[in-house]
Structures are given as C-alpha cells and as structure tokens.
Design a protein around this ligand. Structure first.
Ligand SMILES: [Zn+2]
Ligand SMILES: [Zn+2]
Length: 103
C-alpha cells in the first residue's frame, strides 16, 4: 500500500526544524492532520513538536513546528494564512482523547 509521490515534488507543506531550520518535505499524507505530534529532525536529530493544519474553508495546508511541545490548545489559536480563519474554529472531534506524554 505504498504510494509513490516522488513525481509530485513539493506538494505538501514543509516542516522546518526549529533547531537547525532543516525543511522536512516528506509525504505528509501518512500523517494525521490538525493534531499535535512529534518527530526527530532528519538533520540534527533533535526532537521537535509539529502540527499539520488543513483549513476547512479554503483547503490550505501549513506545517507548524515548535522546539518544545506546546499545549494542545495552542492549535486552537493558529489561523490560516490564506483566508485568516482559525483552523479549529469548528470542533469536529467530539471524542476528547487526552494524550498525556510526560516528556
Ligand atoms: Zn534540526
Ligand atoms: Zn483558509
């Protein structure tokens, strides 16, 4: 079930490492959008938090990164660069799934 996306270079938003600035442009389709996650930088190997946000209104996608994992509510404050609306203005997830990670 592997999808080859190489012919569509540069399709997803890049995630820039907050430590070294390295831009990650992996095929983001495998990642969940509009939620906070963490990964290790492919360049400096340091961990950082990121979120891939997709706008419900105009469909624009953008990747956000943080050197330290922010509160989940931080995502509620992010707004779309294209149309200016909050990504999460409509709460589509009735299942609150607390995800305690004591890093
Ligand atoms: Zn890095
Ligand atoms: Zn938008």
């Amino acid at each position: 079930m592997l999808k080859v996306l190489s012919e569509e270079g540069g399709m997803g938003p890049a995630l820039a490492c907050p430590h070294c600035g390295f831009a990650h442009t992996d095929p983001w389709e495998v990642l969940e959008q509009n939620r906070l996650d963490e990964m290790h930088c492919g360049e400096c190997r340091k961990p950082f938090a990121f979120a891939l946000m997709e706008c419900d209104h105009c469909g624009a996608e953008k990747g956000f990164t943080w050197a330290h994992r922010p509160a989940d509510a931080t995502l509620d404050l992010l707004n779309c660069e294209s149309c200016g609306r909050l990504y999460r203005q409509a709460d589509e997830s009735p299942n609150q799934d607390p995800d305690p990670e004591g890093l």
